[in-house]
Structure formats: C-alpha cells, structure tokens
Design a protein around this ligand. Structure first.
Ligand SMILES: [Zn+2]
Ligand SMILES: [Zn+2]
Length: 82
C-alpha cells in the first residue's frame, strides 16, 4: 500500500495537523479515523526515521545506515488505537 488510503473505506486520507503526539497523522473524514504514517526502508524493510532539515524531508534507515530518498520510501498507514 503506497497511497494515502483509508484501510476501512478506501477513501483518501487527509493530513491532520492537529495531532498531539507530534507524529505524522492522517485522517479519514468519512470514518473519522486517524492513522499514523510509518515509513519503511525500500531495501531492507526496516522502519525508517523521518529527518527534517532546512525544510526538506528525508528518511534515515538505521539498518542500512544511510539516507533514503522520500520517493523510494514505502509508506504504511497504521490505524490509531482508540
Ligand atoms: Zn475511511
Ligand atoms: Zn534499510
């Protein structure tokens, strides 16, 4: 799954800027569910860390020990636990 898609209704997820946890959070306005965006390394499938610098976003894989281009990162959306 590489789209901003609700796992419940397959509707489009909308960026939710009001999340309190400071995580990347997306919301389905149909189901009223929120999802955390998780980034995974395209090479080894480890979870990559988001790094924000100078307005640019990149991802660091601790397993490969290198930065990964955002365009190659695999994103998954994890439903927020109620
Ligand atoms: Zn939905
Ligand atoms: Zn990796």
């Amino acid at each position: 799954m590489n789209k901003n898609e609700c796992s419940c209704c397959e509707g489009e997820l909308v960026w939710n800027s009001n999340n309190k946890a400071g995580k990347d959070s997306y919301q389905c306005q149909v189901c009223n569910l929120t999802f955390n965006q998780l980034a995974f390394c395209p090479d080894c499938k480890w979870q990559a860390e988001k790094i924000q610098a100078c307005g640019a976003v990149s991802y660091f894989c601790p397993n490969c020990n290198e930065l990964k281009s955002k365009s190659r990162i695999t994103f998954q959306y994890q439903k927020n636990g109620a």
